[in-house]
Design a protein around this ligand. Structure first.
Ligand code: ATP
Length: 372
C-alpha cells in the first residue's frame, strides 16, 4: 500500500504561514487523524498531500518517491472533503460507480462493489435518486461511498462526517474504522472532534497554528501531553491548568498555587525530578478532573476546596471547586473534579482533594513544554 513522508514542509498564503516546518511519517496501512482547532492548518496539510496545493518548501514522499511535482490524479489517492461535489445529473448509484467506470472495471464487479458500499452507508434505498433531492447527510455519504468504492493507496478524508446526525456519525465512524482495517489503505482523516479522533486513530497528530505539536497513540496524547496546548485541548471536561510557583523549602522543592499560600505536596519522585530542573519558577500544573479524588474527610495528604457548583451528568458528577483566592485580584481559583454520581456535597461546603501523583503534569510557563 503506501508510506507517506512529509519533510520540513512549509506552506504560505501571503503573510499567513499555514503549515510550519511540518515533519511526519505515516506508516503503510496506518490510520492517522489530524486534530486541531479551526484554522490550524489541517486541511492545507491534507491538500498538500493530495497535490491540490504545493509546498513552498520541503518534500512530500509516497513510498519513497518524491511527489511534489505530481498532479493529484497521478498520486493514486482518494479524497473526500467536507464540501463534496456530486454529479447532479447522475443517480446515487452512478455517482458512486463513477470512479470505477472511469477506469473501466467490469460491470458485475462495479455492481457488487457499489452495493456493498451502499449497504455500509445505508444508501441502498436511495440508489436511484438524484443529488438534488438528497439531504446534506445523504450527499455526504454518497461522496464517502464514491471514495470507498475505489481501492486507492491512500485515503484522505477531511471532516467527511460533518453533516451527519449524531447517531449516523457514530455508526459511520465504526464502519470507516472497520473498512479501513479490512482494506488496509493508509488513511489520513481530518477532524476537530477529539472523540472522533480518539476512537478512529492509530495515531493522532495534534496541530496548532500550523505546527505539529505531538504525534502519538490516543493513549499517549491523552496521558502524556508534551505541551500545554495538547494538555488543554484533549479531554472533556478539559484538564485543570493551575498557575503554580516552584520554590525551595528546607532545601527541597515546594509547589505553591501562585498568589496563594496553598501548598501542593510533591511525591519523592516528583521532587527528585524537579531537582534536575530547578531553573523553573513559574509553572503550570495540569491535572484531569478524573485524576482527583474528592472526599468529605480531611485525613492524609489532602487539599481543602469549597464546592462552587455541582453538575450531575447521570453517570458522573462534575464539581466546580474553589481552591483559593488570588491574593491580589481576589479572583477565585477554580478546579473541576469528576466524582461518582452518588457523591453528595452542598454548595459552599468544604471538601478534601487528593491528586493522583502519577497523573500530575507540570509545564514550563515560558516554553509551555512539559517538565513532567
Ligand atoms: P478548519 O477546521 O476550519 O477547516 P483547518 O485547520 O483545516 O481549519 P486550514 O484550512 O488549513 O485550517 O487553514 C490554515 C490557515 O491558512 C488559516 O489561517 C486559513 O485562513 C489560511 N488559508 C487556507 N487556505 C487559504 C487560501 N487559499 N488563501 C489564503 N489563506 C488560506
Amino acid at each position: 500500500m503506501a508510506h507517506i513522508k512529509l519533510q520540513n514542509i512549509i506552506k504560505r498564503f501571503g503573510d499567513v504561514v499555514a503549515v510550519k516546518d511540518f515533519n511526519l511519517e505515516v506508516e503503510d496501512k496506518e490510520f492517522v487523524v489530524f486534530l486541531g482547532p479551526s484554522g490550524c492548518g489541517k486541511t492545507t496539510t491534507l491538500r498538500l498531500i493530495a497535490g491540490l496545493e504545493h509546498p513552498d518548501e520541503g518534500e512530500i514522499l509516497i513510498d519513497g518517491h518524491l511527489v511534489n511535482g505530481l498532479s493529484p490524479a497521478d498520486r493514486d489517492i482518494a479524497f473526500v472533503f467536507q464540501f463534496y461535489a456530486l454529479y447532479p445529473h447522475l443517480s446515487v448509484y452512478d455517482n458512486i460507480a463513477f470512479p470505477l467506470k472511469a477506469v473501466k472495471v467490469e460491470k458485475p464487479e462495479i455492481e457488487e462493489r457499489v452495493k456493498k458500499v451502499a449497504e455500509i452507508l445505508q444508501l441502498t434505498d436511495i440508489l436511484n435518486r438524484k443529488p438534488s433531492v438528497l439531504s446534506g447527510g445523504e450527499m455526504q455519504r454518497v461522496a464517502l461511498g464514491r471514495a470507498m468504492v475505489r481501492q486507492p493507496k491512500v485515503y484522505l478524508l477531511d471532516e467527511p462526517m460533518a453533516n451527519l446526525d449524531a447517531k449516523l456519525r457514530i455508526d459511520t465512524r465504526a464502519e470507516i474504522k472497520r473498512l479501513q482495517h479490512e482494506i488496509g489503505a493508509t488513511t489520513i482523516f481530518v477532524t476537530h472532534d477529539q472523540v472522533e479522533a480518539m476512537s478512529l486513530a492509530d495515531r493522532i497528530a495534534v496541530i496548532h497554528q500550523g505546527v505539529l505539536q505531538q504525534i502519538g497513540t490516543p493513549h499517549e496524547v491523552y496521558n502524556k501531553p508534551k505541551s500545554l496546548f495538547v494538555a488543554g485541548f484533549m479531554g472533556m471536561p478539559a484538564m485543570n491548568l493551575l498557575d503554580v510557583e516552584l520554590t525551595s523549602r528546607e532545601g527541597k522543592p515546594a509547589l505553591y498555587l501562585s498568589h496563594t499560600d496553598v501548598q501542593l505536596e510533591l511525591s519523592p519522585w516528583q521532587q527528585s525530578n524537579l531537582n534536575a530542573n530547578s531553573q523553573h519558577n513559574d509553572c503550570i500544573l495540569g491535572i484531569r478532573p478524573e485524576h482527583i479524588t474528592a472526599s468529605r474527610e480531611s485525613v492524609g495528604r489532602k487539599i481543602a476546596a469549597d464546592v462552587h457548583l455541582i453538575e450531575p451528568l447521570g453517570s458522573v458528577n462534575i464539581l466546580d471547586l474553589m481552591l483559593g483566592t488570588h491574593q491580589k485580584t481576589q479572583e477565585p481559583i477554580l478546579l473541576r473534579v469528576r466524582t461518582h454520581p452518588t457523591f453528595n456535597a452542598d454548595i459552599g461546603e468544604t471538601i478534601w482533594l487528593d491528586f493522583d501523583d502519577d497523573q500530575m503534569h507540570l509545564f514550563d510557563s515560558g516554553t509551555e513544554q512539559a517538565i513532567w
